[in-house]
Design a protein around this ligand. Structure first.
Ligand code: SAM
Length: 232
């Protein structure tokens, strides 16, 4: 077996995790929005659901409250600590896994739904594809992947305008500091929507719907197709 000493070190994005966790240690309407998304996705009691890059665990906890068996996965121990507190406070069980998109443990074809929100941009594009292929492998045939992230929809000549609009939007609507927008642009790996779409379809997903909205947000609903002999 090769040492794979060339494998991407996901933990290099971890430096600020306690600071980031403090941003997420807030009470807002994210539980209501998470429940609406999970209802739209048809979550049912007994489903196996994973939230990858689960952050403070709001969506994972909502899925568990709907009766799903939930894996809350995040590279950051500080975030998983918040997720565990959230689960305890809401009196529900979630299974936390301290791992990244490139390393989470899974049984092939085992999940009824995987969700990942605002996490994929932590990986450079090559590694995004590796992560998406792992997610595809982990889903049951016919199951959905719900992906949201910060993506660029303009061509590069629109970037100055878009980034400033996004900074204004985030500061006004999400109480973000300008510095978090600066860090995102300088040190993280958001890419174009068309790159994400191509990566998703190349690893085997069917694009059910795509929505680009409020500055730089992309929402993708994907399906892992069933093999031909299983199509109904
Ligand atoms: C911006 S937060 C989003 C959290 C949550 N999904 C939400 O929408 O509120 C990004 C999360 O991704 C986690 N993260 C960063 N790199 C990761 C990786 N390679 N694999 C899994 N999680 C990662 C961070 O620790 C953080 O909790």
């Amino acid at each position: 077996m090769l040492a794979r000493d060339w494998y991407y070190n996901q933990r290099r994005q971890l430096g600020l995790d306690s600071a980031v966790a403090s941003i997420y240690d807030r009470h807002d309407d994210s539980d209501i929005r998470a429940r609406a998304a999970l209802t739209m996705l048809g979550v049912q009691s007994g489903w196996r659901v994973a939230d990858i890059g689960c952050g403070n665990g709001v969506l994972a906890v909502e899925a568990a409250l709907m009766g799903a068996e939930v894996d809350a996965i995040d590279i950051s121990p500080a975030m998983l600590a918040l997720a565990n507190i959230q689960a305890r406070d809401r009196k529900v069980a979630v299974r936390t896994q301290p791992a990244g998109m490139l390393s989470f443990a899974y049984q092939p074809n085992s999940y009824d739904l995987i969700v990942s929100e605002f996490t994929l941009h932590h990986l450079p594009d090559f590694w995004k594809a590796v992560a998406l292929a792992r997610i595809h492998a982990a889903l049951k045939p016919g199951a959905n992947f719900y992906l949201r992230d910060i993506v660029f929809v303009s061509m590069p000549d629109g970037v100055d305008r878009d980034v400033e609009a996004w900074a204004d939007f985030s500061i006004k609507n999400h109480d973000f500091e300008r510095e978090s927008v600066v860090t995102h642009m300088r040190d993280e790996y958001s890419t174009f929507g068309w790159v994400i779409e191509r990566l998703l379809t190349d690893v085997g997903f069917t694009l059910e719907s795509v929505d680009y909205h409020a500055p730089l947000h992309g929402t993708y609903l994907l399906r892992k197709p069933k093999p031909d002999h299983q199509q109904s």
